[in-house]
Design a protein around this ligand. Structure first.
Ligand SMILES: NC(=O)c1ccc[n+]([C@@H]2O[C@H](COP(=O)([O-])OP(=O)(O)OC[C@H]3O[C@@H](n4cnc5c(N)ncnc54)[C@H](OP(=O)(O)O)[C@@H]3O)[C@@H](O)[C@H]2O)c1
Length: 229
């Protein structure tokens, strides 16, 4: 079994697992330039997936990624779908768009996120924005894709988490920080990432016995330093 650590590169990972991506369909949220989702998509291109679906809110930030993917591997099909995770309506529409593009998603990478938003902002559905974007909308997105049978029965669901979950538990009584009056951006991030972590475990439990893998990962950083504790 391969061992990966803080010095592991995308090439190292692809050398071990790249063959599993060949011919597969990936759906990645939040693939804007210079972000983790974009780099994942660009790196994956060299492993010859058949289709990369890039789901983000600003096509202008995503089209340069399509160009980079084409440079790496012109044979990979790339589609952009417009997704605003601050809106459940947008999430529902995107699920329809994905269904129109493909019958099967083999790898769903829920990567989009916002961190420590300074101002208190509500989503379209009146939920604190970090909780909405980092957790709740991805929960809705994943469950709709599963319910509609779009996620492959032997697929992988990867949630991009964060060690930042250690900064706050979930305040089930008051997700919205007394409607913003007691708002703290880092606590909002921690709360959202805690919900994402527990939600991932919950989903993994619900899918126990099926062949779908449900994973969560902190992207990089030396966890031994535990920066937020
Ligand atoms: N970078 C780190 O050190 C680090 C550490 C721990 C965890 N993480 C996690 O890694 C993931 C990616 O982070 P990153 O560093 O790559 O961040 P990033 O470069 O800021 O990318 C975040 C992505 O999320 C998208 N996004 C934000 N709000 C959205 C919304 N309402 N609807 C749809 N998409 C939205 C952004 O779109 P726009 O470009 O349009 O804003 C962008 O594409 C996040 O989940 C983050 O919590 C990152």
């Amino acid at each position: 079994m391969a061992t990966f650590d803080i010095n592991t590169t995308d090439v190292d990972v692809l050398n071990v697992f790249g063959a599993e991506a060949k011919g597969k369909t990936f759906l990645i949220t939040g693939p804007s330039k210079n972000g983790i989702g974009a780099q994942a998509a660009i790196s994956l291109a060299s492993a010859s997936p058949s289709l990369l679906i890039l789901a983000g809110r600003d096509a202008a930030k995503i089209s340069p990624i399509c160009d980079e993917i084409k440079q790496v591997n012109p044979a990979v099909r790339v589609m952009i779908v417009q997704l605003d995770l601050a809106s459940h309506e947008s999430v529902r529409k995107v699920v329809e768009s994905v269904e129109a593009i493909t019958k099967t998603v083999d790898f769903l990478i829920n990567n989009a996120g916002v961190m420590a938003t300074r101002s208190f902002v509500l989503s379209e559905d009146s939920v604190e924005s970090q909780f909405a974007i980092n957790y709740l909308s991805h929960f809705l997105f994943t469950n709709l894709l599963l319910k509609k049978g779009v996620v492959s029965s032997s697929g992988v669901i990867l949630n991009v988490g964060s060690i930042g979950y250690t900064m706050a538990d979930i305040n089930f009584e008051d997700i919205n920080f007394q409607n913003g009056e007691k708002y703290n951006g880092w606590k909002g991030y921690g709360q959202a990432k805690s919900a994402q972590l527990l939600g991932t475990r919950g989903l993994a439990n619900r899918l126990k016995g099926k062949d779908v893998a449900v994973l969560i990962a902190h992207p990089g950083g030396n966890l031994q330093h535990r920066p937020y504790t």
